[in-house]
Ligand binder design. Structure first.
Ligand code: AMP
Ligand code: ZN
Length: 469
């Protein structure tokens, strides 16, 4: 399996630290609002990476944080005149609901920054003790970038260039630091903000330290994969590397994976431009399975453009898969032949080849776009070769393969209940119409079809009632 590693700038063979196990950390959202569709991209991408690794038999320990102490959260709490925990708890709950609707599985652990202060302080103290951090005059604790020789290795930046760049960028309130590129590990409290006791001052952590501390606590000093959106490469991930590696003296993460950005109508998503959507808003127009399918239609490292038309195309694509599967399920229930027929052997082999094609795409740096094409080819194979004279073995093999491959991509293959209910209602109406027209053969046929789907009809005085058997 090959993974593009931002650290080396090329695809590398994936070799886990410990055979059969993968330790993975993905930076999660800052919870001050509903998540937007840009935030959904890393969630879907890394959930798919995790699913594929599990499909390959790895035991995956997946950690993803919630940043629940941050200026934006505090600002919103002031606006609503509530505690900032009220804001963060509300949006963590909403985020989890959106994740479930996108079929993004919960992480093994979802640590929250406010519950991990001890671990952060411990790490900061280690950095101070080793000379990699210092307490400035105003009691802010900074990381001393000049003490970490490899600073810049992830973003391929040179520390000297960075210093001169930063010198021009005057950040108010940070003039007590030694070097312009030094960054905050701990800062003194401000009036009205949440704060914690510490050996340095009452205050709160800087943003970068939380991921280093949580990753260390839940996964150990070294991990296999660290992920996030490409905007996090610098400074966030560069700073995580500096903190973790300066403290442990070991390489922090082996493979750094970054997803490309999601744009809207070829422009950067931004509230001020008015092209900004939350996942919740999209869920009013589309099943979120469509959003997931749309995200997987592109390679995760490419920029991806979001538009209504592209979502419609994804909806149709997904529908094609569902229809193919429904047909196979129906056939499986009614075909007469049990064992694979000689005439089916070539098609059966083709289905195995398509599974291999799917896997080859995923092994090549998780090329989900090509993996989706293999699924479409499998649907086509089913539509053109499976029929009422097929064997159950062949039809079942196609059905199972499709379900398995869809599941690896996190595509739910059981249609949601609402869609199913609408279909049942439509079939019942068609049966009623057939009876009215005295076409009893057709009416019986529809009734049997419904029975095959596990739907039992009951003719009552108030009309037809139905239930799932
Ligand atoms: P944030 O809450 O801003 O820290 O973002 C949480 C995650 O979403 C990070 O991994 C970001 O890189 C990612 N992200 C934010 N905006 C976008 C976008 N427009 N496209 C893709 N990923 C994004
Ligand atoms: Zn992080």
């Amino acid at each position: 399996m090959k993974i593009f590693n931002t650290l080396s700038g090329r695809k590398e063979e994936f070799v886990p630290l410990e055979p059969g196990k993968v330790k993975m950390y993905v930076c999660g959202p800052t919870v001050y609002n509903f998540i937007h569709i840009g935030n959904a991209r890393p969630m879907i991408v890394f959930d798919t990476v995790r699913r594929y690794l599990e499909y390959k038999g790895y035991e995956v320990n997946f950690v993803s944080n919630f940043t629940d102490v941050d200026d934006k959260i505090i600002k919103k709490a002031v606006e609503e005149d509530v505690d900032s925990a009220v804001i963060s708890e509300r949006y963590i709950k909403e985020c989890k609901a959106d994740m479930a609707a996108m079929n993004v599985r919960p992480a093994t652990v979802h640590p929250k920054a406010t519950e991990e202060i001890d671990g952060m302080q411990d790490l900061i103290q280690t950095l101070i003790d080793k000379g990699h951090a210092y307490v400035a005059e105003d009691k802010t604790v900074y990381f001393r970038t000049s003490s970490f020789k490899e600073y810049g290795k992830l973003s391929h930046k040179n520390l000297d260039d960075l210093q001169s760049g930063f010198r021009e960028l005057k950040v108010t309130g940070e003039d007590k630091k030694e070097e312009p590129s030094d960054f905050v590990l701990w800062k003194p409290k401000k009036e009205g903000e949440p704060y914690w006791e510490s050996p340095w001052c009452e205050g709160r952590p800087g943003w970068h330290i939380e991921c280093s501390a949580m990753s260390r606590k839940y996964l150990g000093e070294q991990i296999d994969i660290h992920g996030g959106g490409e905007d996090l490469i610098f400074p966030h991930h560069e700073n995580e590397i500096a903190q973790s590696e300066a403290a442990s003296g070991k390489e922090f993460a082996k493979y750094w994976m970054h997803n490309g950005f999601l744009n809207i109508d070829n422009k950067k998503m931004s509230k001020s431009l008015g092209n900004f959507f939350t996942v919740r808003e999209i869920s009013e127009k589309f099943d979120l399975q469509v959003l997931r399918f749309f995200m997987l239609s592109a390679h995760y490292r490419s920029p991806l453009n979001f538009s209504g038309e592209l979502m419609e195309a994804s909806k149709n694509g997904l529908e094609r898969i569902y229809n193919g599967l429904d047909r196979l399920r129906e056939l499986e229930a009614k075909v007469k032949e049990e064992k694979l027929l000689d005439s089916e052997k070539i098609s059966y082999q083709e289905s195995l080849d398509l599974t291999a094609k799917f896997e080859a795409a995923m092994e090549d740096d998780f090329n989900t776009a090509d993996a989706v094409s293999a699924i479409f080819e499998l649907v086509k194979l089913g539509n053109s070769t499976a029929g009422s004279d097929s064997s159950r073995e062949y039809v079942a093999a196609l059905r199972k393969t499709l379900e398995t491959l869809c599941d690896v991509l996190g595509i739910v293959t059981k249609r949601n209940k609402e869609v199913l209910d609408q279909e049942v209602e439509a079939m019942i109406a068609a049966r009623g119409q057939a009876r009215k027209e005295k076409n009893f053969a057709l009416a019986d046929e529809i009734r049997q079809k419904l029975l095959d789907m596990g739907i039992v009809l009951e003719d009552t005085r108030e009309g037809v009632k139905w239930k799932r058997a």
